[in-house]
Design a protein around this ligand. Sequence first.
Ligand code: F6R
Length: 634
Amino acid sequence: MCGIFAVIGSREVSSLLIDGLRKLEYRGYDSAGIATIDNSNKDNSGQINVKKSKGKLINLSNLIKQKLPKGHVGIGHTRWATHGKPNERNAHPHLDFSGQIAVVQNGIIENYRDISKSLAIKGIKFTSETDTEIIPHLIGLEIEQSLANGFPPNGHTLLKAVQKVLTWLEGTYAIAVIWSKAPNALVVASEQAPLVLGFGEGEFFCASDTPALVGFTRTFLPLRDHEIALLTPLGIELYGDDGNRQHRAPSLLQGTEFFADKKDFRHFMLKEIYEQPETAQQWLDRFLPMDLPSGNSVALPISTSLVERIEQIQILACGTSRHAGMVGAYLLEQFAGVPTKVYFASEFRYAPPPLSPNTLTIGVSQSGETADTLAALRMEKERRDSADDPNFYFHQLGITNRVDSSLGRELENVIDIESGIEIGVAATKTFLGQMLSFYGLTLLFASHRQKRSSQEILDLSHDLRLIPKQLADLIKKHDSLSQEIAHLFVDTKDVIFLGRGINYPIALEGALKLKEISYIHAQGYPAGELKHGPIALLDQHVPVVSIAVPGIVYEKVLSNSQEAKARDARLIGVSTYGPESEMFDELFTIPKVSEWISPLLTVVPLQLFSYHIAAHKGLDVDQPRNLAKSVTVE
Ligand code: F6R
């Protein structure tokens, strides 16, 4: 979703801005822009230069290439449209009525309509359809007032004006502001939207996410809610919402491959699919090593006392992360015997179930910045805290790929899936890491509750340890098969995915992957539901993908698949090889494994199937239209 990158220092910044924005491209966007203050006039009166363009960053970089906008301070933005079409006019930065103040913003200002009306009454004309544009105008008016009251045109005057304006705004947002009369100042602020400060040598940065800082600095400090900072070429002053200076030590970026390259792969998504055996191996090495101390089923960072207290679990997540949660819920209930429910985070916030005692709330988010998930978790914390009853205590756990994210910082217990940065918008290896974490939790709860015999626990652990090799074999085999058959589906308009039991979430995930990157409509159903309505859709033009894995629902899924075939649907199986395989027109074989661990494998052919159809259609696989990697608005 929108990305902010801003810098102040002593060198020219326009190409640095493009560089920083490029590292935020993975978040998804539809237009981009930068503003710098050209301070080269002798009279020290700065001039704001704004350059914007629709579409990819390359358009902006081509636009400024001929004549780089000058300036040692600048703000940059990649926009994912919420208010107003994705065009140049609505792209950020936005200027105030005087043309002296430029602002970039992420998030949504909820009361912008009321404010725009009162600004219009004052004669201010709007040049965009965005909610953002009110901010520079409000700051402009406040600064006019300050100058009239004799305040000097400097960074602190800008800071004070921004501080005042923020008290009028409702919503969640992150902003960066510059003022042509204070070319040595950059003011940034955050209200429940991610923003990190970067400390370089003689230059300072702010960005929506840490990967943008790579190559500039490794020292960073995430802004907390309601905080505001004044950046100058000499340093950073940080203030809380009470106006008092804050002093917090910055952290050091961990990991070296923060900005991955595509290597020899055509797309990041394919590379990330190929990285799954490594993701699994690393997860196993950390959480399920061979040398576990005796009596331990898994090495997750979760205390025994927490596990002992928990009677039920609720999982809050969106999209693919919710599908991982659904696989988790199946395992936690059916294998470990813990009642578990999964919620769409976006629904939970406005329709939570009655408070249940001794409940573990798990937030799942690869980015750790999904606004719906964060808002649901915050709401749940608040309502449990205010219940003031130890039975309703907010027991919490996060599962994320970004421990440095808001989710990672806000929750007490976190499983870091450490899948490595995922650039493709369509989640693949992080889905695997999330699912594996639920297998870990299942082992933990099952052994503590003595729900399963030690042999059953050992069998599941043993099967998990075989996964990396099985994944590697599957990927190799199905990459070429899905490439071969992709052309058959290029004109397909609708696809139905069927699965049951533990593989029902995989049917949903297969459908989601296909929709998001190939733009083919796809729907996942529990196979038994087919005859209750969706079967009416079937004919020779609607292929059906059926996940049929030996286990308790195997025969049932095969019968449901037969029903589809009888309606002339082209049948694609994700199944083991056997006499029954004949019914499938295309077959992605998977090895004969225990049904418990099958989702870790069945998802792989579906990822490759979607990938190759999208790639065959020549689509932008890594940054599909309208999608964002971090969905930071509700
Ligand atoms: C699908 C996808 C999205 C995300 C969803 C939640 O490939 O990536 O459906 O799963 O937006 O994102 P996170 O996991 O960052 O909370």
